[in-house]
Design a protein around this ligand. Structure first.
Ligand SMILES: [Zn+2]
Length: 232
Protein backbone atom coordinates (compact mmCIF):
# COMPACT_ATOMS: atom_id res chain seq x y z
CA UNK A 1 0.00 0.00 0.00
CA UNK A 2 2.80 2.40 0.94
CA UNK A 3 4.59 1.44 -2.26
CA UNK A 4 1.52 2.25 -4.29
CA UNK A 5 1.17 5.62 -2.54
CA UNK A 6 4.84 6.50 -3.25
CA UNK A 7 4.47 5.45 -6.86
CA UNK A 8 1.38 7.65 -7.33
CA UNK A 9 3.19 10.55 -5.61
CA UNK A 10 6.14 10.28 -7.99
CA UNK A 11 3.79 10.02 -10.95
CA UNK A 12 1.82 13.10 -9.94
CA UNK A 13 5.08 15.11 -9.42
CA UNK A 14 6.17 14.16 -12.91
CA UNK A 15 2.87 15.31 -14.36
CA UNK A 16 3.12 18.60 -12.49
CA UNK A 17 6.60 19.18 -13.87
CA UNK A 18 5.27 18.64 -17.36
CA UNK A 19 2.68 21.36 -16.92
CA UNK A 20 5.19 23.92 -15.67
CA UNK A 21 6.85 24.73 -19.01
CA UNK A 22 7.42 28.49 -18.99
CA UNK A 23 4.98 30.03 -21.51
CA UNK A 24 7.62 32.46 -22.85
CA UNK A 25 9.79 29.55 -23.89
CA UNK A 26 6.88 27.97 -25.76
CA UNK A 27 5.98 31.12 -27.66
CA UNK A 28 9.64 31.83 -28.59
CA UNK A 29 9.80 28.37 -30.07
CA UNK A 30 6.60 29.00 -32.02
CA UNK A 31 8.01 32.24 -33.47
CA UNK A 32 11.28 30.48 -34.40
CA UNK A 33 9.36 27.70 -36.15
CA UNK A 34 7.33 30.23 -38.07
CA UNK A 35 10.44 32.16 -39.17
CA UNK A 36 12.11 28.91 -40.18
CA UNK A 37 9.04 27.90 -42.17
CA UNK A 38 8.87 31.24 -44.00
CA UNK A 39 12.61 31.16 -44.72
CA UNK A 40 12.22 27.71 -46.25
CA UNK A 41 9.29 28.78 -48.39
CA UNK A 42 11.21 31.78 -49.71
CA UNK A 43 14.11 29.54 -50.66
CA UNK A 44 11.78 27.01 -52.28
CA UNK A 45 12.47 24.24 -49.81
CA UNK A 46 9.37 22.19 -49.12
CA UNK A 47 10.82 20.57 -46.01
CA UNK A 48 8.34 22.21 -43.61
CA UNK A 49 5.26 22.49 -45.80
CA UNK A 50 2.95 19.83 -47.21
CA UNK A 51 2.66 21.37 -50.69
CA UNK A 52 5.00 22.22 -53.57
CA UNK A 53 6.07 25.76 -52.70
CA UNK A 54 7.55 26.32 -56.16
CA UNK A 55 3.99 26.19 -57.53
CA UNK A 56 1.82 27.35 -54.62
CA UNK A 57 2.13 29.48 -51.50
CA UNK A 58 -0.28 29.43 -48.57
CA UNK A 59 -0.56 33.17 -47.93
CA UNK A 60 -0.67 32.63 -44.16
CA UNK A 61 2.69 30.82 -44.28
CA UNK A 62 4.15 33.90 -45.94
CA UNK A 63 2.19 36.55 -44.04
CA UNK A 64 0.52 35.13 -40.90
CA UNK A 65 -1.13 38.51 -40.11
CA UNK A 66 -3.45 38.39 -43.13
CA UNK A 67 -7.00 37.66 -42.00
CA UNK A 68 -8.96 34.83 -43.71
CA UNK A 69 -12.72 34.42 -44.02
CA UNK A 70 -12.85 31.85 -46.82
CA UNK A 71 -16.58 31.96 -47.52
CA UNK A 72 -16.81 28.77 -49.58
CA UNK A 73 -15.46 26.86 -46.57
CA UNK A 74 -18.57 28.00 -44.66
CA UNK A 75 -22.28 28.27 -45.46
CA UNK A 76 -21.97 32.08 -45.58
CA UNK A 77 -21.89 32.33 -49.39
CA UNK A 78 -24.35 32.76 -52.24
CA UNK A 79 -25.11 29.02 -52.55
CA UNK A 80 -25.57 28.77 -48.74
CA UNK A 81 -23.53 25.58 -48.69
CA UNK A 82 -20.03 24.60 -47.55
CA UNK A 83 -18.11 23.91 -50.76
CA UNK A 84 -14.47 23.61 -49.55
CA UNK A 85 -13.41 20.98 -47.04
CA UNK A 86 -11.38 23.66 -45.24
CA UNK A 87 -10.56 27.30 -45.81
CA UNK A 88 -7.08 28.13 -47.10
CA UNK A 89 -5.67 30.84 -49.33
CA UNK A 90 -3.26 29.43 -51.89
CA UNK A 91 -1.87 31.64 -54.68
CA UNK A 92 0.92 31.45 -57.25
CA UNK A 93 4.19 32.46 -55.48
CA UNK A 94 4.61 35.70 -57.43
CA UNK A 95 1.06 36.76 -56.59
CA UNK A 96 1.34 35.80 -52.92
CA UNK A 97 4.46 37.98 -52.66
CA UNK A 98 2.64 40.91 -54.33
CA UNK A 99 -0.20 40.50 -51.83
CA UNK A 100 2.31 40.49 -48.98
CA UNK A 101 3.45 43.93 -50.19
CA UNK A 102 -0.15 45.19 -50.13
CA UNK A 103 -0.46 43.96 -46.54
CA UNK A 104 2.74 45.80 -45.59
CA UNK A 105 1.53 49.00 -47.32
CA UNK A 106 -1.77 48.91 -45.40
CA UNK A 107 -0.01 48.23 -42.08
CA UNK A 108 2.25 51.23 -42.64
CA UNK A 109 -0.87 53.34 -43.24
CA UNK A 110 -2.26 52.24 -39.85
CA UNK A 111 -4.84 49.71 -41.06
CA UNK A 112 -5.15 46.15 -39.75
CA UNK A 113 -4.52 44.92 -43.29
CA UNK A 114 -6.35 42.56 -45.63
CA UNK A 115 -9.21 40.14 -45.08
CA UNK A 116 -9.49 37.47 -47.76
CA UNK A 117 -12.71 35.79 -48.92
CA UNK A 118 -11.34 33.53 -51.69
CA UNK A 119 -8.08 32.77 -53.51
CA UNK A 120 -7.17 29.76 -55.66
CA UNK A 121 -10.30 27.71 -56.32
CA UNK A 122 -9.49 24.16 -57.53
CA UNK A 123 -11.37 23.17 -60.69
CA UNK A 124 -13.26 20.31 -58.96
CA UNK A 125 -14.76 22.93 -56.61
CA UNK A 126 -15.55 25.14 -59.61
CA UNK A 127 -17.37 22.15 -61.13
CA UNK A 128 -19.34 21.64 -57.89
CA UNK A 129 -20.33 25.33 -57.90
CA UNK A 130 -21.32 25.11 -61.59
CA UNK A 131 -23.43 22.00 -60.90
CA UNK A 132 -25.36 24.06 -58.34
CA UNK A 133 -25.62 27.28 -60.37
CA UNK A 134 -25.09 26.55 -64.09
CA UNK A 135 -25.37 30.22 -65.04
CA UNK A 136 -22.36 32.03 -66.53
CA UNK A 137 -23.63 35.33 -65.07
CA UNK A 138 -22.70 34.06 -61.60
CA UNK A 139 -20.19 31.21 -62.01
CA UNK A 140 -17.49 30.65 -64.65
CA UNK A 141 -18.01 27.39 -66.58
CA UNK A 142 -15.32 24.92 -65.36
CA UNK A 143 -14.06 24.09 -68.87
CA UNK A 144 -13.30 27.79 -69.44
CA UNK A 145 -12.13 28.38 -65.89
CA UNK A 146 -11.66 31.67 -64.06
CA UNK A 147 -8.58 33.46 -62.75
CA UNK A 148 -9.38 31.85 -59.38
CA UNK A 149 -8.97 28.38 -60.97
CA UNK A 150 -5.50 29.48 -62.09
CA UNK A 151 -4.48 30.70 -58.63
CA UNK A 152 -4.22 34.23 -60.00
CA UNK A 153 -7.20 35.98 -58.39
CA UNK A 154 -8.13 37.02 -54.90
CA UNK A 155 -11.37 38.31 -53.34
CA UNK A 156 -10.72 40.60 -50.41
CA UNK A 157 -11.42 43.67 -48.34
CA UNK A 158 -9.58 45.89 -45.83
CA UNK A 159 -9.86 45.76 -42.04
CA UNK A 160 -9.17 48.63 -39.65
CA UNK A 161 -6.76 48.48 -36.69
CA UNK A 162 -9.50 46.80 -34.60
CA UNK A 163 -10.09 44.04 -37.15
CA UNK A 164 -13.40 45.50 -38.41
CA UNK A 165 -14.10 45.42 -42.15
CA UNK A 166 -14.22 48.84 -43.85
CA UNK A 167 -17.68 49.63 -45.24
CA UNK A 168 -17.60 48.82 -48.96
CA UNK A 169 -21.34 49.34 -49.52
CA UNK A 170 -22.23 45.70 -50.23
CA UNK A 171 -21.15 42.30 -48.97
CA UNK A 172 -18.76 40.02 -50.91
CA UNK A 173 -20.53 38.17 -53.77
CA UNK A 174 -23.39 40.68 -53.93
CA UNK A 175 -24.69 40.38 -57.48
CA UNK A 176 -26.06 43.77 -58.49
CA UNK A 177 -25.02 47.16 -59.83
CA UNK A 178 -24.20 48.35 -56.29
CA UNK A 179 -21.12 46.08 -56.38
CA UNK A 180 -19.81 47.73 -59.57
CA UNK A 181 -16.88 50.15 -59.42
CA UNK A 182 -18.90 52.59 -61.52
CA UNK A 183 -21.78 52.76 -58.99
CA UNK A 184 -21.46 56.18 -57.32
CA UNK A 185 -24.64 56.43 -55.18
CA UNK A 186 -22.80 55.78 -51.90
CA UNK A 187 -21.53 58.25 -49.33
CA UNK A 188 -17.95 59.52 -49.57
CA UNK A 189 -16.67 57.17 -46.84
CA UNK A 190 -17.71 54.08 -48.84
CA UNK A 191 -16.42 55.48 -52.14
CA UNK A 192 -13.10 56.33 -50.46
CA UNK A 193 -12.82 52.83 -48.96
CA UNK A 194 -13.29 51.25 -52.37
CA UNK A 195 -10.78 53.67 -53.87
CA UNK A 196 -8.26 52.81 -51.14
CA UNK A 197 -8.58 49.08 -51.89
CA UNK A 198 -8.22 49.74 -55.62
CA UNK A 199 -5.21 52.03 -55.13
CA UNK A 200 -3.24 49.63 -52.91
CA UNK A 201 -3.97 46.64 -55.17
CA UNK A 202 -3.18 48.39 -58.47
CA UNK A 203 0.06 49.76 -57.00
CA UNK A 204 1.32 46.16 -56.58
CA UNK A 205 0.36 44.95 -60.03
CA UNK A 206 -3.22 43.67 -59.56
CA UNK A 207 -6.09 44.54 -61.88
CA UNK A 208 -9.74 45.14 -61.00
CA UNK A 209 -12.85 44.06 -62.87
CA UNK A 210 -15.87 46.30 -63.45
CA UNK A 211 -18.54 44.29 -61.66
CA UNK A 212 -16.99 43.20 -58.33
CA UNK A 213 -15.29 45.64 -55.92
CA UNK A 214 -13.70 42.69 -54.01
CA UNK A 215 -12.10 40.88 -56.98
CA UNK A 216 -8.49 41.47 -58.08
CA UNK A 217 -6.36 39.39 -60.41
CA UNK A 218 -2.87 39.22 -61.71
CA UNK A 219 -2.85 38.72 -65.46
CA UNK A 220 -0.28 36.07 -66.22
CA UNK A 221 -0.66 32.86 -68.18
CA UNK A 222 -1.14 30.27 -65.47
CA UNK A 223 -2.75 26.90 -66.12
CA UNK A 224 -6.10 25.91 -64.64
CA UNK A 225 -5.39 23.46 -61.82
CA UNK A 226 -7.18 20.50 -60.22
CA UNK A 227 -4.87 20.36 -57.18
CA UNK A 228 -6.65 20.48 -53.81
CA UNK A 229 -4.84 21.47 -50.63
CA UNK A 230 -4.67 19.15 -47.65
CA UNK A 231 -6.76 19.79 -44.54
CA UNK A 232 -5.13 18.99 -41.20
ZN1 LIG B 1 -13.13 36.73 -57.43
Amino acid sequence: MIFLFCFLLILSCKNNNKQELPPAQKSDKFVDNKKEKIKNILYNDSLFVNYDSSIWIDIQDLEPDIDLDIRYASTNNFVNEKMYECGKCFLRPEIAKALQKVQEDLREMGYGGLKIFDCYRPRPYQQALWDKVPDANYVSPPEKGSMHNRGAAVDLTIIDQYGMELDMGTDFDFFGVEAHHTYREFNDAILNNRKLLKDVMLKRGFKSIKTEWWHYSYYKAYEISDWIWECE
